[in-house]
Design a protein around this ligand. Structure first.
Ligand code: APR
Ligand code: ZN
Length: 262
């Protein structure tokens, strides 16, 4: 029932967007942060995911990030990522704003993607403007096997993960684009976030403040649930497949691939 209602709201939306967190990647085997077995239950973020931690002990921080890169490199997009990419192809979802750094939305085929917290497969220099996407440059394997601290090929300074650490500003262009999309959206589909990390967690609130509706998929209540018009208490894969069925049923004809409107 809830999925059908959510499907109908999305199918009738003029400008629907999605906002995702670590929960959408849980079924791909990527650990979340604040669940029972989440990363921040077993590791101290202040020791591993802050600029101070990196200055203090870059070797420890790189060990943690290389462990996460290896784990995520083995992960595949799950049915929730794939359903979201399909809704974009159908012209229903106009953009995906994600807090995740795992690259799984892009791998699933999502095109209009905003990564608010960076991308774990990108590295950048701590001194100059050098940046590299290790997947695209084909140097990921070599990078992960090297024992040395990674250094910039241009100026020799330390390289760091191109992700947003606690206490750091989000990439300005990504944040501006996300807020601009949220102020235009009449529906936001929120999937798998605890909704406690700002400024990202403002996104659904911006949609709501502009008169938009909030659909949330999460097995547990979150910081977004209080403003959800439809709350689907399911894991992302099950919820997204239900919503996709709801959209296709509403549009009539199974799998209608017609581009409703670009
Ligand atoms: N399907 C959907 N949601 C799930 C699933 C699942 N299978 N499993 C867990 N969840 C939900 C949890 O109930 C929780 O609400 O996903 C959410 C995960 O919350 P967090 O671990 O806090 O992850 P997230 O909200 O993405 O964290 C935001 O915090 O540490 C920073 O930068 C990091 O981007 C991250 C940000
Ligand atoms: Zn450099």
């Amino acid at each position: 029932m809830l999925c059908e209602e959510a499907g109908r709201i999305l199918a009738k939306a003029k400008f629907a967007i999605a906002f995702t967190g670590a929960g959408i990647s849980a079924e791909s085997g990527v650990p979340t942060f604040r669940d029972a077995n989440g990363l921040w239950r077993n590791y101290k973020p202040e020791e591993l995911a802050t600029p101070e931690a990196f200055r203090r002990n870059p070797k420890l921080v790189w060990e943690f990030y290389k462990w996460r890169m290896r784990l995520i490199a083995k992960a595949r997009p799950n049915r929730a990522h794939l359903a979201l990419a399909r809704l974009e192809k159908m012209g229903i979802i106009k953009a995906v704003i994600t807090q995740n750094v795992d690259d799984l939305h892009r791998e699933a085929g999502t095109e209009n993607l905003i990564e608010l917290h960076g991308n774990i497969f990108r590295v950048r220099c701590t001194s100059c403007a050098y940046r590299e996407n290790l997947k695209e440059s084909g140097r990921l394997e070599e990078f992960l096997t090297s024992e040395d601290l990674p250094r910039c090929p241009r100026c020799g300074s330390l390289l760091r993960p191109d992700v947003v650490w606690f206490g750091e500003p989000l990439p300005q262009d990504a944040l501006e684009r996300a807020f601009e999309l949220a102020s235009k959206a009449d529906v936001v589909l929120v999937i798998g976030t605890s909704g406690v990390v700002y400024p990202a967690a403002y996104i659904p609130y911006v949609v709501k403040e502009h008169g938009g509706r909030v659909i949330e998929i999460n097995p547990k209540r979150s910081g977004i649930t209080p403003i959800a018009d439809v709350f689907i208490p399911k894991p992302a894969g099950e919820g997204m497949e239900g919503i996709l069925r709801g959209v296709e049923a509403f549009l009539g004809g199974k799998g209608s691939d017609h581009q409703r409107r670009k």
